[in-house]
Design a protein around this ligand. Structure first.
Ligand code: PLP
Length: 386
């Protein structure tokens, strides 16, 4: 059987490979604490689960969910952007509902990128930006995110030819994996660049509501004129603890929204209606509980950061996202360090190289695990000899 080169040439999805090894160890009776994956451990509020249940009891809600999402869902997404960011969107032309943002991130490449065309992707970065590009036959060109630049791409340093040739430039702040944040001034500079060179900015913003110490993350769409050149991806996965439900959005430039929606109508058939109805409640209901939830993440962040500090591993204290990005001890590759920690201490963290070559020298530690398990993992880390 011969599979397509398109797939055969892709690197395996790191988390799937790591997951298989963890399962092997677990089946041998090892207690593995998983701080490697960015899935919230907590559930959404009961009212959201009940809304899903109520909707599922309606016999007419079991057919296809509709290509574009219900008008109520798109309106709820637009209302969220209005309340949260002061950004006004037309729910009919500037909002696309997604079956989780990951599919949209991959599908936007099919909508915008022809074979051989350049897409600028952050390195380290969420792998789907470059894998989606490769699936479309495009060429991902890496923008290094370096600590001396606050893990922002150096816009002055982007090779002029590459910027000129780019169809899409990807950004993601609050950032996975580094936990870095960006200011509106930085976003303004990117919007100027996109106008000058006529590329689409795709800003991936799923961590905007996971923040601590009073930090409030912006939307790139708050920049005046951003709607002319940008699409922002967002998700209910992290904000509302709904990662398994698969519901997200792409909002912004209407041409990009339409192109993405047109691509998707040929690939999927929309979100299950009860999930759409529950998503409306999440987006428009009381948002107060998010701050209590973020306090739980903050406690875990402090616990992990405090331990790293104690054992001498350098890391910034992030004010947003679900991750701590820590430097590993000299003499290890990130895969070697993560593997030793997994095999010998039963703590699973993600090697930085999983996010690109500039992730080497780091590991990513997730806050999405019950606090007592995080505490136990940190005790193991303190005893670990490296
Ligand atoms: C930066 C980033 N973007 C997008 C996603 C995908 O989120 P979802 O498909 O659950 O909306 C993730 C998930 O971890 C992520 O870290």
């Amino acid at each position: 059987m011969r599979i397509a080169d398109r797939i055969g040439n892709l690197p395996p999805y790191v988390f799937a490979r790591l997951g298989r090894r963890i399962q092997e160890l677990a089946s041998q009776g090892k207690d593995i604490i998983r701080l490697d994956i960015g899935s919230p451990d907590l559930p959404p509020p009961d009212s959201v689960v009940e809304a899903m249940y109520r909707s599922a009891q309606d016999p007419s809600h079991h057919g296809y969910g509709g290509f574009y999402g219900t008008p109520e869902l798109r309106q709820a997404m637009a209302s969220y952007y209005e309340h949260r960011f002061g950004v006004t969107l037309d729910p009919n032309t500037q909002v696309a509902s997604l079956i989780g943002s990951k599919e949209g991130i991959a599908n936007i490449a099919l909508a915008f990128v022809d074979p051989g065309q350049v897409v600028l992707v952050p390195d380290p970065g969420y792998p789907t930006y470059s894998l989606g590009t490769l699936l479309a036959g495009g060429v991902p060109v890496r923008m290094p995110l370096l600590p001396e630049n606050g893990f922002l791409p150096d816009l002055d340093d982007l090779a002029q030819d590459e910027v000129r040739a780019a169809k899409i430039l990807w950004l993601n702040y609050p950032n996975n994996p580094t936990g870095a944040t960006a200011t509106l001034e930085f976003f303004e500079r990117v919007v100027d660049l996109a106008r000058k060179h006529d590329f689409l900015i795709c800003h991936d913003n799923p961590y905007c509501d996971l923040s601590f110490d009073g930090y409030v993350a912006p939307s790139l769409l708050q920049v005046p004129g951003a709607l002319d050149v940008a699409l922002e991806f967002n998700s209910l996965s992290k904000t509302y603890n709904m990662a398994g439900w698969r519901v997200g959005m792409a909002v912004g430039n209407s041409v990009a929204v339409e192109a993405l929606a047109r691509t998707k109508t040929n690939i999927d058939s929309g979100i299950f209606r009860p999930i759409q109805d529950a998503a409306v409640l999440s987006l428009t209901g009381d948002q107060g509980w998010l701050w209590e939830r973020n306090e739980i993440y903050r406690e875990r962040r402090d616990l992990i950061w405090g331990t790293l500090h104690k054992i001498g591993l350098a890391a910034e204290k992030p004010v947003a996202s679900l991750y701590i990005w820590a430097q590993i001890p000299a003499g290890y590759s990130s895969v070697d360090f993560a593997t030793r920690l997994l095999e010998e201490a039963g703590v699973s963290i993600t090697p930085g190289s999983a996010f690109g070559q500039y992730g080497e020298g780091y590991v990513r530690i997730s806050l999405g695990m019950a606090t007592d398990r995080v505490r136990e993992a940190m005790q193991r880390l303190e005893k670990f000899e490296f």
